[in-house]
Ligand binder design. Structure first.
Ligand code: FSO
Ligand code: SF4
Length: 535
């Protein structure tokens, strides 16, 4: 196997087994599915030109690509099923445009058994990329990983009924473009920026899906301790799964707790109205092995970020695109097995008080106090904003983000989003004239909200985002972060500091290009970076 798509990759790429736990066979099956989905995209593009739009193919495209994102699905059997579905859909669509001729992944027939498919997957993996130029390969992999992020956001939006054929068409065009060996450097860069632009559209669609279904998030205090009684823990990112579970557990005497990226769910009016949404348990995804093992109830994993659950395999359930061999997979509409499991477990014997945190500062909430914020800036009470956000992970270098927030001067405001916030989410940073110094915008899925806040501030101060007293201090881990980074570059945002390490798939020449064009820089130390930014 060869995989270097995420931040925790082994030096030079994961080759024997993923640091994430991905096996050689899963890696190859993911590569085969991705290759075949690129072929399905070629067929979808040709069909669209002939006037045929296939909603089933469009939705499948994003689901298949999202399945290959880091920490989503580790179950070979599910990948074999997706590969089979992909080829069946492709051939059905091809039959509707009989005059069109295809080759490559649009014609490849998968082998009849797993071993054969694994062999085929390896033939089309990253290390067998036919692109001879290392910089072009780097840009095309960046594009592929960015598209995994876009697919994730588009899938989340589709789950809540928001789809856009134009977005699907652009995703398929870019997926197909990664197969070309004729692209110039300029074309590859432009494709990456286009990926960033379509990601803004995907995130906008998701923002609309979330806020039109559950209302705009409101500043909300979330309890961190436990309430005595039976319990279910929900992790991942999916709001609809949480809602379904809340409805199905109503009156059953089970308390529902959020984990990791589900924390911002407490801010949505239509979710927080359920009295048995009891609080938030634990921290970020990389701490789940310890936190889940200690949880006295059932666990539902709704999207990415699952780790090897062998120590609590009987208590964990996967749903949606998530999979782990041996963990029970349940449909999104019926969580009875999860509920029955929770009822059979002890639950919390007694309540605990671990304080609380604030969430719910998405774009609507922040903009509703924009006047106060602007006055505070004009009066010199707020000197600078830092967006300290992105993914968390296990590497020690990530302490940078905790220290950065601790050392940020008292006349600065920290905006945060995604699971990186767990490095400092419970710090009491006080307020500036009633405005909390730590504002949780939401999940990584809410990056659109952060962009809207930045654009609104720029509008209020009649300047460009780059001229605002705002600095972006980002941490990355998986491919949604790649998509967001491409969106920020597409918006022309400069001076981003990125850590804890730079992507392994970026070559020195591509990095030089990013530094020269966008002044993007790796994080150094909190003291040095703060001095440089505020100096
Ligand atoms: Fe974190 Fe995981 Fe949300 Fe990522 S939970 S690391 S950017 O998948 O998705 O922020
Ligand atoms: Fe390695 Fe990350 Fe790929 Fe897993 S997803 S195999 S950790 S690079």
């Amino acid at each position: 196997m060869f995989c270097y798509q995420c931040e925790q990759t082994a030096k030079g790429g994961c080759t024997k087994i993923g640091v994430c736990g991905k096996t050689d066979s899963t890696a190859a099956l993911q590569d085969l599915l991705l290759y075949l989905t690129k072929g399905l995209s070629q067929v979808a593009i040709a069909a669209r030109e002939a006037g045929i739009e296939d909603p089933k193919v469009n939705l499948f495209t994003v689901k298949a690509v999202f399945s290959t994102l880091t920490n989503v699905n580790f179950d070979d059997a599910r990948f074999v099923d997706l590969i089979t579905q992909c080829v069946a859909m492709r051939d059905e669509l091809k039959a509707k445009i009989p005059s069109m001729r295809f080759d490559g992944p649009a014609t490849l027939l998968p082998a009849g058994d797993i071993a054969g498919m694994v062999f085929q997957g390896k033939e089309h993996g990253v290390d067998n990329d036919p692109e001879p130029n290392e910089d072009l390969k780097s840009l095309k992999q960046t594009l592929t990983y960015g598209l995994k992020g876009v697919a994730a956001y588009a899938d989340h939006a589709a789950i809540l009924g928001k789809e856009d054929n134009e977005l699907y068409a652009k995703i398929q065009l870019l997926l197909a473009a990664t197969l070309s060996t004729d692209l110039t450097l300029e074309q590859c860069v432009e494709a990456g920026l286009e990926c960033g632009r379509i990601n803004i559209r995907a995130m906008e669609l998701l923002d609309d899906a979330n806020t039109s279904t559950y209302g705009h998030p409101e500043p909300t205090e979330v309890k961190l301790g436990a309430t005595a009684g039976k319990a279910i823990l929900v992790s991942g990112h999916d709001l609809k799964d949480l809602e379904t579970l809340l409805k199905q557990t109503e009156g059953k005497g089970i308390n529902i707790y959020t984990h990791g990226e589900m924390l911002p769910c407490h801010g949505y009016p239509e979710l927080k109205k359920h009295p048995h949404l009891a609080g938030h348990y634990g921290t970020a995804w990389q701490n789940q092995k310890k936190e889940f093992a200690e949880f006295p109830g059932a666990i539902l994993m709704t999207t990415n970020c699952i780790q090897d659950p062998k120590n609590y395999i009987d208590a964990i359930f996967t749903t949606g695109l998530v999979g782990w061999p041996g963990a029970v997979h349940v449909g999104n509409d019926d969580f009875t097995p999860v509920i029955e499991k929770a009822l059979s477990m002890d639950g919390f014997a007694a309540g605990t008080d671990k304080g609380s945190v604030l969430t719910g500062f998405a774009r609507n909430a922040v903009m509703s106090v924009a006047g106060t914020v602007i006055d505070a800036v004009k009066a010199g009470n707020i000197k600078h904003f830092f967006l300290v956000g992105g993914c968390d992970g296990a590497k020690p270098g990530r302490n940078y983000y905790t220290e950065f927030v601790e050392k940020a001067p008292e006349d600065t405001v920290i905006l945060t989003l995604a699971c990186g916030k767990f490095r400092f989410f419970d710090k009491q940073l006080g307020d500036i004239g009633g405005i909390p110094r730590l504002l949780d915008i939401g999940q990584c899925n809410d990056a659109y909200s952060a962009v809207q806040i930045a654009l609104a501030l720029a509008d209020a101060f009649d300047c460009e985002v780059n001229d605002l007293p705002l600095s972006l201090i980002l941490s990355w881990y998986e491919q949604k972060a790649v998509a967001i980074l491409l969106s920020l570059l597409a918006l022309g945002i400069k001076n981003i500091k990125l850590g804890p390490s730079l992507p392994a798939f970026i070559t020195p020449n591509v990095l030089n290009f990013l530094v020269d064009t966008y002044n993007i820089a790796p994080i150094s130390t909190p003291d040095e970076d703060l001095k440089e930014i505020l100096g």
